[in-house]
Design a protein around this ligand. Structure first.
Ligand SMILES: NC(=O)c1ccc[n+]([C@@H]2O[C@H](COP(=O)([O-])OP(=O)(O)OC[C@H]3O[C@@H](n4cnc5c(N)ncnc54)[C@H](OP(=O)(O)O)[C@@H]3O)[C@@H](O)[C@H]2O)c1
Length: 205
């Protein structure tokens, strides 16, 4: 069992938290307004909702599920504690980084500073599929991830597998800029091919 701080309480946070709680992990949600998010505790077994600072203090892993423009300021403000955590960045920059020369996750890493342990994951995974790791044909969906440290990536691959997905290692953190670019494309493909937010990237060997 791992204690996971999930920062934010939106669609991705709820899907990931529900899935990991079902897999036996301890979930602590960090919210700007924890008193207004009490419904999460009822919905997810053994979960806790608290302030963002408190959530980080008690966890080995921090999953940042904030809107992209909020991620770097949050990381700078909590850099001291985040340097001691494995940080999973799921945020999608869209037009905030239009040329894809640098990954949003690299900016997250730099905001935390020297010693940061950041893995980019779940960026290309729609929230609506988080509790549906198999599609309607029974095909296992992939979750793509990227990072610079092999040990950290092994941990993240395990967490992805705990949700029932196949983890697909996309290499170094710099490759996350490609994942950032795949997000507007999968939204376009989902719209064109009638996916209703159920579309996934699949690597076929
Ligand atoms: N939705 C998807 O399918 C999807 C897929 C892959 C990646 N992502 C990425 O995952 C992240 C979260 O997406 P989401 O769809 O879960 O978003 P969401 O439903 O809007 O939730 C975002 C959460 O962040 C917190 N927050 C902090 N500052 C905020 C601000 N200024 N405005 C709004 N919320 C703020 C809120 O929690 P508190 O009120 O409790 O603080 C909120 O519940 C984004 O970076 C997105 O690009 C989303």
């Amino acid at each position: 069992m791992t204690t996971i701080a999930i920062i934010g309480t939106g669609r991705m946070a709820r899907g990931l938290g529900t899935g990991w709680a079902r897999a036996g992990h301890r979930i602590i949600f960090g919210s700007r307004v924890p008193d207004e998010k009490i419904d999460l505790i009822a919905a997810i077994p053994h979960a806790r909702v608290t302030t963002r600072t408190d959530a980080l203090n008690d966890a080995a892993i921090a999953v940042i599920t904030l809107p992209y423009p909020e991620v770097a300021p949050f990381c700078r403000a909590h850099a001291d504690v985040l340097r001691e955590r494995l940080v999973i960045d799921i945020s999608n920059p869209f037009d905030h980084l239009p040329d894809n020369r640098v990954a949003g996750a690299e900016i997250t890493r730099d905001a935390i500073g020297s010693g940061a342990r950041v893995v980019a994951a779940f960026k290309t995974t729609f929230a609506a599929t988080l509790l549906e790791p198999l599609n309607t044909d029974g095909v296992q969906r992939d979750v793509l991830f990227a990072g610079d440290d092999e040990d950290d990536k092994r941990i993240v691959a395990g967490l992805i597998a705990d949700l029932g997905f196949r983890p697909v290692d996309c290499g170094v953190l710099h490759n996350a800029r490609i994942l950032d670019g795949m997000v507007p494309l999968i939204i376009e493909l989902d719209r064109r091919y009638g996916g209703t937010w159920q579309t996934s990237w699949k690597l076929l060997p």
